[in-house]
Design a binder for this molecule. Sequence first.
Ligand code: 5GP
Length: 144
Amino acid sequence: MAYDTDNVFAQILEGKMPAHKVFENEHTFAFMDIMPVSVGHTLIIPKAEAENIFDLENEPGSEVFKTTKKIAHAIQASLKPTGLILTQLNGTDAGQTVFHYHMHIIPVYEKMPLRMHGKEVEDSDALAKTAKTIEQAVKDMDSG
Ligand code: 5GP
């Protein structure tokens, strides 16, 4: 399947759709998942067009991983989860629903079950608050 330039994450990158941003650099963009499975569920995407792992070039792939590590550390420092899951789905049969490559960072908290994937839209104020917390933790890390 050819990359669909109209997919929702492409629209977020172009500023045509709103998103709760936590971090951005030349190559990547990190923002809150609108239907989080846990508090702090964050998505990291390359700015380069790629639908999945198979058409993602090495360089943007490395940049996504670098940003993923940065945000994982910021989440760990600020939200204090007791565990953290990274997932990345490729293809409809794997459960991929948005066809712009993305890495999920899913914090896990003791005795707090994960919600269903992509089912319940979170309150915008709650997402904004969590995004601010993570964004500040990134700034603190970068300045410290
Ligand atoms: P996938 O199933 O493709 O791995 O994950 C896509 C993710 O994108 C889901 O977790 C879903 O909640 C999230 N998502 C879908 N539409 C939007 C949107 O418009 N904005 C944001 N921030 N996340 C979205």
